[in-house]
Design a protein. Structure first.
Length: 510
């Protein structure tokens, strides 16, 4: 433990301090009045006095009178220079021991301090003087605050870093208690636990919220250890402390930022919940029932609110309309856009529900008149029953082509038509395509979440891939075919998470 006491002064695990202890050499620190502020317990083995007896007393008091001049000369040495002298030191038993003193003076932040070593002559190692220089530099230039108190908590030594940080010069700190630094921000129980720990001989680690001489507050990370003599009694406490004020400011700024983010995230989650309710209200709950068609659909949204929309128009007795579209983005903005699309398509259902080309043209004009750029991929289809048979008529803009599967012959093909994204230009032209539908024939409409699925080789499924899946659906019912398509799309992307919403609507002529 004596070895640890020397190490603690410097605030580092110093091999030179250990070196001194192994040679029965005592390390000391003096204040500007040449009084011991610290001396390592090994001094008792040299002159018989315990370290606690020497602290606070002058060095010259233990040197025989004829050697006082030699001691005075130590304090006239240039700063950062090491002086040596051989003197007679009077031991406890009044005997005179021939000892060598190496003394190192330093000045930092306007405060003078001295560090040295005392040992029997001659020193057994020729490198002692160089090691003292290194050790003195470690102690005085340490970036950590070093405070040594007696067993009652009275300050006996502070290093220059302490004075620079707290504003208390060494001579003002000496004789005070570290409580002069208390800010009052930490409860009495905090200090009680600390004293219980160190007075029981254990090391304490923690953080202090302290106050400087000028009243400014600061944070320190501290390690406080007891120093024991060879009898196991506590003689001193050594505190090694690091200013962590900037780290605390950063942590507080991070905490405030995280709190703001949590609040913002909560608000966004609430908005998403409301938007989700809106989307759920505007999408069909179940397919319409007609005498001419069997209808079914599958809607698979992402966790976030999707931008896919579809609706059925049952306002016309001689046919059935269907709208399917995909707005860009997800979340609240997509929900607001979908609400607008729902409003526009509800109005167009009654005005142009029997004319797909006019329907898409009017929707394009409405969106283009908006003060902000609004566009989407869209398809409007109309199953015309007016002539006794069924004709599927549709127009689209920027939307993937429908898939037609014939009951007779089992052929499958894509129904292509022209048209750019809806809402981009008032001069856009949209083409209506008509195809007769026989009993058993099926039409599949879908959004790009189906055909833009990618596999492990980053290859996209595309409409041709979907056509192949439909062609291989065999004798499955309409609902079974929709499920089969969803499964095959998932298998194609190796069941990796979806990157987009997915809408799939199927129609079968009766």
């Amino acid at each position: 433990m004596a070895r640890d006491s020397v190490n603690k002064i410097s605030g580092v695990d110093d091999p030179y301090a250990t070196f001194f202890e192994q040679l029965d050499i005592a390390v000391y620190a003096l204040d500007s009045e040449k009084r011991f502020t610290f001396i390592s317990p090994v001094i008792e083995q040299i002159i018989g006095y315990r370290a606690e007896e020497l602290v606070g007393t002058p060095l010259q008091g233990y040197v025989r009178p004829e050697d006082h001049a030699a001691i005075d000369a130590l304090f006239t040495t240039e700063f950062r220079k090491t002086a040596r002298c051989a003197v007679g030191i009077i031991g406890r038993d009044s005997s005179v021991l021939r000892c060598v003193i190496l003394h190192h003076r330093s000045m930092k932040e306007g405060a003078e301090s001295s560090i040295g070593i005392i040992g029997r002559t001659p020193f057994p190692d020729a490198g002692v003087e160089e090691k003292l220089k290194i050790y003195a530099m470690v102690v005085e230039q340490s970036p950590a605050t070093v405070v040594i108190t007696d067993k009652h908590g009275t300050i006996e030594y502070v290093n220059p870093k302490f004075s620079a940080l707290t504003g208390y010069p060494q001579h003002e700190a000496m004789g005070e208690n570290p409580r002069i630094l208390k800010s009052g921000a930490q409860p009495p129980e905090f200090y009680k636990l600390m004293w219980e720990t160190i007075s029981s001989g254990r090391e304490w680690r923690g953080e202090f919220h302290n106050k400087k001489k000028n009243g400014d507050s600061y944070w320190e990370s501290a390690s406080i250890s007891p120093i024991l003599n060879r009898h196991g009694d506590i003689t001193h406490y050594v505190a090694i402390k690091e200013d962590i004020s900037e780290r605390k400011k950063t942590e507080e700024a991070l905490r405030v930022s995280e709190e703001r983010l949590r609040k913002k995230n909560y608000e966004m989650e609430q908005e998403l919940k409301y938007a989700q309710i809106v989307v759920e209200q505007i999408l069909p709950v179940k397919p319409p029932v007609t005498d001419n068609l069997k209808i079914d659909f599958r809607y698979v949204p992402l966790d976030a609110i999707g931008g896919d929309f579809f609706s059925f128009n049952t306002l016309h007795e001689q046919g059935l309309g269907v709208f399917i579209g995909d707005v860009p983005g997800h979340g609240v903005s997509a929900a607001l856009f979908l609400s607008l699309i729902r409003s526009l398509t509800d109005r167009l259902d009654g005005i142009s529900g029997g004319d797909p080309e006019l329907y898409i043209k009017k929707l394009n004009d409405e969106l283009h008149r908006s003060t902000v750029m609004l566009f989407l991929s869209a398809l409007y289809g109309y199953f015309d029953f007016s002539r006794g048979d069924i004709v599927f008529r549709f127009a689209k803009g920027g939307h993937p082509p429908p898939v037609l599967r014939r009951a007779v012959g089992g052929t499958t093909r894509l129904l292509h038509s022209g048209g750019t994204l809806v809402g981009l230009s008032t001069t856009a032209e949209f083409e209506e395509i008509r195809t007769p539908i026989a009993p058993g024939d099926r039409i599949y409409l879908y959004t790009d979440g189906v055909i833009e699925a990618r596999n492990s080789r980053n290859v996209m499924l595309d409409p041709e891939g979907l056509k192949a899946i439909v062609a291989g659906s065999g004798a499955l019912t309409l609902g079974e075919t929709l499920d089969h398509i969803i499964d095959e799309v998932g298998r194609f992307r190796d069941f990796e998470p979806m990157e987009d919403d997915l809408v799939l609507v199927g129609f079968e002529a009766l």
